[in-house]
Ligand binder design. Structure first.
Ligand SMILES: Cc1ncc(COP(=O)(O)O)c(C=O)c1O
Length: 386
């Protein structure tokens, strides 16, 4: 008992509990449910990519990589920025390979956030931002986006930006809502931060999963944003290899110089054989350009199967997540309904209130459609039955 009290007193994250992904994943396992809760594919990555990793391991790339990542991979990423966005990043000083996007995000926040610095976050938000801010004694300033469109009220943002705003975290395409920021959104953001010292952390892990011909609005396309921004990317999300925990970030050299001071002591370097493999794999742009059509087909497949169900939806515009509104079915809280869906129907999803400010509940559940057709078919059958 004494130990329990002491540990709770020394906790740096007293309010953080087990994440909803772990809770729902465990429940799904217990009830042998179809798991559309956590954001990972249930199909394998390209065998060519797996062969490249195997080859790299057999060729002896099994020791530490350089701290900033191997040059060939950083060059391939710089080339990708150039080809896709006509934007230059210097691979020597402006790109670093990380252990997934999560490590990049944690390191960026730890590098720049001091006590009482304010960080603007748009809610619902991916769950790794706020704990990292809290650990660094910063203050999260939450802006709630309104369901069902989750568009930004730029007047509200304007009112909240002040001399303490050290960072603004943005995420487009957006997890969990599947919304996408327009060029106009980026222009508004640019105008608001232009004469400030705020850094932008732009979480672009779903850059290659965006539908209906909408162009991805990377911060790097906007000069006043690029000069103060980190672009964060994830090879796990793009190439169905979430278990490898590989990603990268890009930023102007002054910012990246500071980032690397922290990066070298919290991870030093990311997996070496995977870096060799991705450097080769990125040489063929089709390997990332075809991802859109793969997921568009899956989104349409699922939505077509459930169009006559009692769930309401606006088709996801990006990411591999689809929100479904269940208010025509029950007035239970989203957490209760999500739990009952696992127990009674054997289908797992994520309740959105856990990502919202003050746990606002709009009767929305998030479903991951990065799944095989047969998994989506079985899930759709259940959704039509509920
Ligand atoms: C918005 C967002 N950012 C970052 C991540 C983490 O990416 P990684 O697995 O590369 O750490 C995720 C994973 O779900 C995500 O959805």
């Amino acid at each position: 008992m004494i130990y329990k009290t002491r540990y709770s007193m020394i906790s740096k994250l007293p309010d953080v509990k087990t994440t909803i992904f772990t809770v729902m994943g465990k429940l799904a396992k217990e009830y042998d449910a179809i798991n559309l809760s956590q954001g990972f594919p249930d199909f394998d990555s390209d065998p060519k990519l797996i062969d490249l990793v195997t080859k790299a391991m057999k060729n002896g790339y099994n020791q530490y990589a350089p701290m900033q990542g191997i040059m060939e991979l950083r060059e391939a990423i710089a080339n990708k920025f150039d080809v896709l966005y006509n934007v230059k990043y210097n691979p020597e000083t402006e790109i670093t390979i990380t252990a997934g996007a999560t490590q990049a995000i944690f390191t960026i926040i730890s590098t720049f956030i001091h006590q009482d610095d304010e960080v603007i976050i748009f809610k619902p938000a991916y769950d790794c931002y706020e704990p990292a801010i809290e650990l660094n004694k910063g203050k999260s300033i939450l802006i709630q986006l309104e369901a069902p469109n989750y568009s930004v009220d730029w007047n509200m943002v304007k009112q909240l930006i002040n001399s303490k705003t050290k960072m603004i975290i943005i995420n487009t395409p957006h997890n969990p809502s599947g919304s996408v920021w327009s060029q106009q959104d980026m222009i508004q953001l640019e105008a608001l931060v232009k004469d400030t010292n705020s850094i932008i952390l732009s979480d672009e892990v779903y850059e290659h999963i965006i539908f209906d011909k909408e162009p991805h609005q990377s911060v790097c396309l906007f000069p006043y944003l690029k000069e103060r921004s980190f672009v964060v990317a994830s090879f796990g999300k793009t190439f169905h290899t979430t278990g490898w925990k590989m990603g990268y970030c890009a930023a102007p050299s002054k910012l990246m110089h500071e980032f690397r001071k922290v990066h070298q002591f919290n991870v030093f370097c990311a997996n070496h054989p995977m870096q060799i493999a991705f450097a080769e794999y990125l040489k063929n742009p089709n390997n990332y350009l075809n991802i859109n059509s793969l997921y568009l087909e899956k989104r349409n497949f699922l939505l077509n199967l459930i169009k006559d169900s009692r769930f309401k939806f606006i088709p996801s515009r990006g990411t591999y997540f689809q929100l479904l509104n269940y208010s025509a079915i029950t007035n239970e809280s989203d957490i209760k309904f999500a739990q009952r869906m696992v127990k009674d129907y054997r289908l797992a999803a994520i309740p959105i209130s856990v990502f919202n400010s003050n746990q606002i509940d709009n009767n929305m559940l998030r479903f991951c459609f990065a799944k095989k057709k047969e998994t989506l078919e079985r899930a759709a059958e259940i959704l039509c039955e509920i």
